[in-house]
Design a protein around this ligand. Structure first.
Ligand SMILES: Nc1nc2c(ncn2[C@@H]2O[C@H](COP(=O)(O)OP(=O)(O)OP(=O)(O)O)[C@@H](O)[C@H]2O)c(=O)[nH]1
Length: 379
C-alpha cells in the first residue's frame, strides 16, 4: 500500500513537471503567452514605434483652366489719325513758316524769290516742281498784287495743287468676288517696312476687315517675330516659313490660307534686298507670280524713309522698275524736315503717296491727304 502511494506521488510530480515544460516551450516558440497566461520571465518583443502610415490620398485633379484669350487692342480709326501730322511735322513746318515769312515781305524782289527757291529745294521738293511753283506764285501774286492778295491763301492753294488732290489715294485692299485683296509691301530693309505691315494690319482691323499677314521677309528672323507681335496685339494671324526659306513659298501659303479662310485682305511683307536689280527682280517677280496663282495682287506699296532724301528716290526708281508700284508709304515723316519728298516721289513714279508714317506708336500710320498735309506744313 505504501508502494502504491509512492507511485501515485511520483506520477503526479512527473505530470506537473511535464506540463510546466510544455508551457515554457510554447511561449518561446510563439513569442506570446497563451491566452490568460502571465509571467515575468518571458518578455514580449519591444514595441517598435513605426511612423503611422498615411492613407494614400488620390491627388485632386487640377481644374482645367481655359487659356484666357489675350486682350486685343482696339486700333484707332484711320480718319482721326492725320490730325497728329501738324504736331509731328515739327521739322517740316519750318518750310511753311519760312515760305510765309518770305512771301509776306513788302517787296518781293529777285533775292526773295531766290530764297524761296532755295527753301523748296532744301525740303526735297525737286528742281522742276520748285520752278513750277515759284512761277505760279510770281504770276498770281503779281497779277493779284493790286488787291494785296493773302500770301498764305495763295501759297496754300498752290502747294495743294503741287501735291495733287486729284490722285486716287484709296488703298486697294479688297479682292474680286470671294478672293481676298492682296497687298504686297516692298522696300529696302530699315525703311520701316515690317512696322508698316504691322500698322496696316491695325488699320484693317479698325475698319472691321479680317486680315492675314505673310512673313515673307525670311531673310531676317527678327522680322517674323516682330510681325507676329504686331499681329497678336490685334488678333491677326501671321503665316511664316523657315528662316532663310523661300519667300515666295510663304507668300503662296498665306494667300492660299487667305482664300480658304475667306479673309478680306492678305498683307505680304517682303525682304527686298537691294543686292542688285536682277536679284531683286527675280525675288519679287517670283513672289508676285506665285501669289497670282491664287489671287491677283491688288496693291503694291513701296515703303520709303522720308529722311533719306535723294537716296530714297533712287531706291524708289529701282523698285518701280521691278514691280508695278501702285502706292507709296512715306515713313518717318515725323522726323524729317523734308516733307517736300512727297511731291518729288509722286512726280518721279507717277503714283500717289497713300500712307504716311508719323512716329513709332502703333497707330502712327495715317492715310495721306493733300490738303491736310499742306495745312500741317503751313502750321
Ligand atoms: N519715327 C518713326 N520711326 C519709324 C516709322 N516707321 C518705322 N519706324 C522705325 O524704323 C525702324 C525700322 O523699322 P522696321 O519696320 O524694322 O524696318 P524694316 O524696313 O521692316 O526693316 P527689315 O525688317 O529689316 O526689312 C524701327 O525702329 C521703327 O520703329 C515712322 O513713321 N516714324
Amino acid at each position: 500500500m505504501q508502494e502504491w502511494l509512492y507511485l501515485v506521488i511520483g506520477i503526479a510530480v512527473v505530470g506537473v513537471l511535464a506540463i510546466a515544460g510544455f508551457v515554457g516551450t510554447r511561449v518561446r516558440r510563439t513569442g506570446r503567452l497563451p491566452e490568460g497566461t502571465t509571467t515575468d520571465v518571458i518578455t514580449a518583443p519591444p514595441e517598435t514605434h513605426a511612423p503611422p502610415v498615411e492613407p494614400e490620398v488620390e491627388p485632386e485633379p487640377e481644374p482645367e483652366v481655359e487659356p484666357s484669350a489675350p486682350t486685343l487692342e482696339r486700333p484707332e480709326k484711320p480718319a482721326s489719325r492725320l490730325v497728329r501730322l501738324r504736331q509731328r511735322l515739327a521739322g517740316s513746318n519750318a518750310l511753311g513758316r519760312g515760305l510765309l515769312g518770305l512771301l509776306s515781305r513788302e517787296k518781293l524782289d529777285e533775292d526773295t524769290w531766290e530764297a524761296i527757291e532755295d527753301l523748296l529745294i532744301a525740303a526735297d521738293i525737286g528742281v522742276a516742281p520748285t520752278q513750277e511753283l515759284v512761277e505760279r506764285l510770281r504770276t498770281r501774286l503779281r497779277v493779284e498784287g493790286g488787291q494785296a492778295p493773302d500770301a498764305r491763301t495763295v501759297l496754300r492753294e498752290e502747294l495743294i495743287e503741287l501735291v495733287d488732290p486729284t490722285m486716287d489715294r484709296a488703298l486697294q485692299v479688297s479682292g474680286e468676288g470671294d478672293v481676298p485683296g492682296v497687298v504686297l509691301v516692298v522696300g529696302v530693309n530699315g525703311t520701316g517696312k515690317t512696322t508698316t505691315v504691322g500698322k496696316l494690319a491695325r488699320i484693317l482691323v479698325a475698319e472691321e476687315r479680317t486680315a492675314l499677314l505673310a512673313a515673307a521677309d525670311t531673310f531676317r528672323a527678327a522680322a517674323t517675330e516682330q510681325l507676329a507681335t504686331w499681329g497678336e496685339r490685334v488678333g491677326v494671324e501671321v503665316v511664316r516659313g523657315p528662316e532663310g526659306g523661300d519667300p515666295a513659298s510663304v507668300a503662296f501659303d498665306a494667300v492660299k490660307q487667305g482664300v480658304e479662310r475667306g479673309v478680306d485682305t492678305v498683307v505680304v511683307d517682303t525682304a527686298g534686298r537691294l543686292q542688285n536689280k536682277q536679284g531683286l527682280m527675280d525675288e519679287l517677280g517670283k513672289v508676285k507670280r506665285v501669289i497670282e496663282k491664287q489671287a491677283p495682287v491688288t496693291e503694291v506699296l513701296l515703303v520709303l524713309d522720308a529722311t533719306t532724301g535723294q537716296n530714297g528716290l533712287i531706291q524708289a526708281k529701282v523698285f518701280s522698275e521691278v514691280v508695278d508700284v501702285t502706292g507709296i508709304v512715306l515713313t518717318k515723316l515725323d522726323g524729317s524736315a523734308k516733307g517736300g519728298i512727297v511731291v518729288a516721289v509722286q512726280r518721279q513714279l507717277g503714283v500717289p503717296v497713300k500712307l504716311v508714317g508719323l512716329g513709332e506708336g502703333p497707330d502712327d500710320l495715317a492715310p495721306f491727304d493733300a490738303a491736310a498735309f499742306v495745312d500741317a506744313l503751313l502750321g
